[in-house]
Design a protein around this ligand. Structure first.
Ligand code: SAM
Length: 319
């Protein structure tokens, strides 16, 4: 049996167990070896942080976002720490589960220090020297500090709640962002989340910046399949294969654009990776994808930037 199928079966079983996220972490750590904070992952997310900051500065007059919100930060808070380093005051991270830990936070901080020593960090993040010194101080006294103290010093607040109902006030966030998260949220949940983002984002100079990875994530792990493998399955078949630990909605970039348009959220700028048409053509596509242009389906990653200045509250629904 192919490796991706074995992983799908194990994740499906784990998804029915209590504490499924914790069990999945240990499964990935000891079996698939997928949780180690690699340089590739660190610099990829650092690149995202840099792009979010540049997007904000491009459209909000070259200032630093005072307040930021990321959904689904994951195990290593690379993007929130980047925002701390450039001088943000209040950095929120929302998730239904608390996924970091004191040990993982330490790994992340050490990566920042290491990349600075190798003169790499400054290529991504123009940090405030006093803020970087706080990072060094935290690491120097790490064992004496509690996780709460450390997060407090980093101006990071974890909101453990459903992003469909945020405990944040209207217009309170300058920069709303996500990194490889939307592809894991089905539209029935993503739509109310985006409505909530629209409420909390600052409508004077707020910006939303979202990176979406539309490739089949099983292909990251099993090199015998390509990134379009999951597009061969009907929705019904996919329901059996997919799991609630790491769901994949299989939406294409045009689907996200339609959702944004229905919600009256502008896409001010977008960029994408074209993908590989030859690889796509090896897949016998499920009926639901036959109406899409092949070039559209092939797009594997995208970055959507929304300038939220004066965006009205109304929603246009075509349903
Ligand atoms: C796969 S992870 C994101 C990966 C991470 N951003 C990275 O860069 O590796 C998706 C996260 O979104 C969170 N999530 C899904 N639905 C949510 C909701 N309604 N409210 C808050 N968080 C949610 C999940 O709990 C999960 O931790």
């Amino acid at each position: 049996m192919k490796k991706w199928k074995q992983k799908a079966i194990v994740q499906k079983i784990i998804s029915y167990l209590p504490l499924s996220h914790k069990i999945n972490y240990f499964f990935q750590k000891y079996v698939t070896k997928g949780v180690y904070l690699s340089d590739a992952y660190f610099f990829d997310r650092l690149g995202h942080a840099s792009d979010h900051i540049n997007s904000y500065q491009k459209y909000a007059g070259n200032t630093i976002p005072k307040t930021t919100l990321e959904i689904g930060t994951g195990w290593y808070p690379i993007v929130p720490i980047s925002f701390f380093l450039i001088g943000a005051d209040k950095i929120y991270s929302v998730d239904i589960s608390f996924l970091t830990s004191k040990e993982r936070l330490k790994n992340t901080l050490e990566k920042f220090v290491e990349s600075d020593q190798k003169q790499q960090l400054k290529k991504y993040v123009s940090y405030v020297p006093e803020r970087f010194q706080i990072l060094n101080d935290i690491l120097a006294h790490y064992n004496q500090l509690s996780l709460e103290d450390i997060l407090h010093r980093l101006h990071i607040t974890y909101l453990i709640e459903d992003a469909r109902k945020l405990s944040l006030s209207d217009n309170s966030i300058d920069l709303v962002n996500s990194n490889n998260t939307f592809e894991h949220i089905y539209p029935s949940i993503l739509i109310p989340i985006l409505i909530e983002f629209k409420r909390v984002v600052n409508k004077k100079e707020g910006v939303m910046s979202h990176f979406i990875d539309m490739s089949d994530h099983f292909a990251h792990f099993d090199k015998s399949i390509n990134i379009y493998n999951f597009l061969q399955f009907s929705d019904r078949q996919w329901e059996y294969i997919d799991n609630t630990i790491q769901p994949q909605n299989r939406n294409r970039m045009c689907d996200y654009k339609n959702i944004f348009s229905d919600l009256n959220i502008p896409i001010t700028e977008s960029s994408y990776r074209e993908g590989n048409l030859n690889e796509l053509k090896t897949i016998s596509l499920a009926d639901k994808y036959l109406d899409y242009p092949l070039e559209e389906i092939a797009i594997s990653h995208c970055h959507l930037i929304s300038v939220m200045k004066n965006v009205p509250d109304e929603i246009i629904s075509h349903n």
